[in-house]
Design a protein around this ligand. Structure first.
Ligand code: PHE
Length: 458
């Protein structure tokens, strides 16, 4: 098989390491460090973590392999990928759902990423040097209620994302991921060490690691499932798109495995930082979207050299968010390039503007404006609503349909042929076939149907 992609304009990853790091860069982001701890905190701690881990490896990993295989086989954006395998069918709308979901996620993700950058600026300038845990919630509220700041940071972040995506896949994305991901990992490990040695850490570790099954609720399942898809960047075609830039000789099974493993390690590390520190400071684990922003600054303030350390941390987290937003933006952009024959520049410009407009209500959600602060019927702000609709259910539906598509329309034989190209060994093939055909679709469908029947969406 030739290494060259279908059209030279699409680009191709520079190396195996480059691809794995870029895919890991997409997966690792705010989902691990911001979203994971707060949903764990809201859903009873360790029980949630247990179910989450089960979902990552039994449902997420097989879906990831499926997305990568579909992308590499077709060398297309999500819409084109479905259409290439099943021409003239409605399947391409699954790809379109992914494109829409990408924009939806990017719109609120950009707001949180903006806050992260804002926290970086505040840390570097010494604004958090003396912060104590008891006041950090008020400081956070104050920070996010400045809507001009939130909107400005959102805009800045989207522009940065757009510039990188505009430069093209390989040059823009690979380079960032290669150097910065390992640095982030190192900082997280040091922080986790600091956190577990705090007084009162034990209680936090228990909450986080010793399952209390009485805390299990019906809501735990869809939330854990959605978190798994969100964190692994699945269900909207990000991995189809990234897979479309992989060379034929790479081992997709190993790549998917490594990405799932890295992503999970980072999320687990983030929990090891947040929960001991949280219990140490006597904060509420169910603080929602603001959780990490409330726990971390006071933790840094207790560290020798905390200002430097905290600055490095928020900067790296901003960059980790950036390598994720790049993959979110790349989905609609590759769709417009492939299917509408737009130039990359035009596609980037139009998508970024649209996303920015959609993001404004999320940026205002916590703000003084309050116009969007609650949606009738759901007692949540606009940002949280977007997070649940696009970041949870949309990805779950997308992954369900993808599993059905691979299992029954393309067929496991066809997919396995792509995976086994150039003699790559696929010993887990029967296991994968079972998971993608039966376990994934059934489990996801049962959870979604249950939620629809009971109306417990939130
Ligand atoms: N996985 C990313 C994160 O954890 C978010 C993301 C979701 C990126 C879906 C792409 C697609 O931050």
């Amino acid at each position: 098989m030739p290494d060259a992609p279908a059209s030279p304009a699409r680009g191709v990853w520079g190396s195996r390491v480059g691809f794995v790091l870029a895919a890991a860069g997409s997966a690792i982001g705010l989902g691990n460090i911001w979203r994971f701890p707060y949903v764990v905190g809201e859903n009873g701690g360790a029980v949630f973590v247990l179910i989450y881990l089960g979902f990552v490896f039994l449902i997420g990993a097989p879906v990831m392999l499926g997305e990568l295989a579909l992308g590499r086989r077709t060398e297309r954006n999500p819409v084109g990928a479905f259409a290439a395998v099943a021409p003239g069918t409605l399947w391409r709308f699954v790809g379109l759902l992914g494109v829409i979901t990408g924009v939806g996620i990017l719109s609120f993700y950009g707001v949180i990423a903006g806050w992260t950058f804002g926290y970086f600026l505040k840390t570097v300038s010494g604004g958090f040097n003396t912060i104590i845990a008891q006041e950090s919630a008020a400081v956070f509220d104050d920070f996010v209620s400045n809507w001009m700041l939130s909107t400005g940071l959102l805009a800045a972040f989207l522009v940065l994302t757009a510039l990188i995506v505009w430069r093209g896949v390989s040059r823009g994305i690979e380079l960032m991921s290669k150097i910065l991901m390992p640095m982030l990992f190192f900082l997280l490990a040091v922080l986790a060490f600091r956190s577990v040695t705090l007084s009162g850490a034990r209680e936090g570790l228990e909450f986080y690691l010793a399952p209390d099954f009485s805390k299990l609720r019906a809501q735990t399942f869809p939330t854990a499932l959605g978190q798994a898809f969100f964190s692994l960047s699945l269900g909207m075609g990000a991995m189809i798109t990234y897979g479309s830039y992989i060379r034929k000789r790479e081992d997709l099974v190993a790549s998917a495995g490594i990405v799932c493993l890295f992503d999970t390690m980072i999320a687990l590390l983030a929990g090891l930082i947040i929960f001991p520190a949280l219990f140490h400071a006597g904060l509420d684990p169910a603080s929602g979207v603001g959780l990490v922003f409330q726990v971390l600054p006071p933790l840094f303030a207790t560290l020798p050299g905390g200002q430097l350390f905290g600055s490095a941390f928020f900067l790296l987290l901003t960059i980790a968010a950036l390598t994720s937003t790049i993959s979110l933006l790349e989905v609609p952009v590759s769709y417009l390039i492939d299917e509408w024959k737009w130039s990359r520049g035009k596609a980037v410009l139009v998508t970024t503007l649209g996303t920015a407009l959609l993001g404004v209500p999320s940026a205002l959600a916590f703000g003084a404006v309050g116009l969007f602060s609650s949606v009738p019927g759901a007692n949540v702000d606009f940002l949280t609503l977007m997070n649940i609709v696009f970041g949870n259910y949309s990805l779950s539906v997308g992954s369900l349909l993808l599993a059905v598509f691979i299992g029954y329309r393309w067929g496991v034989a066809g997919a396995a042929k792509e995976i086994e190209l150039e003699g790559v060994a696929f010993g887990l093939r029967p296991v994968w076939a079972f998971l993608i055909r039966f376990l994934c679709p059934v489990a996801v469908a049962v959870i979604i149907v249950y939620i629809v029947l009971t109306g417990n969406y939130f």
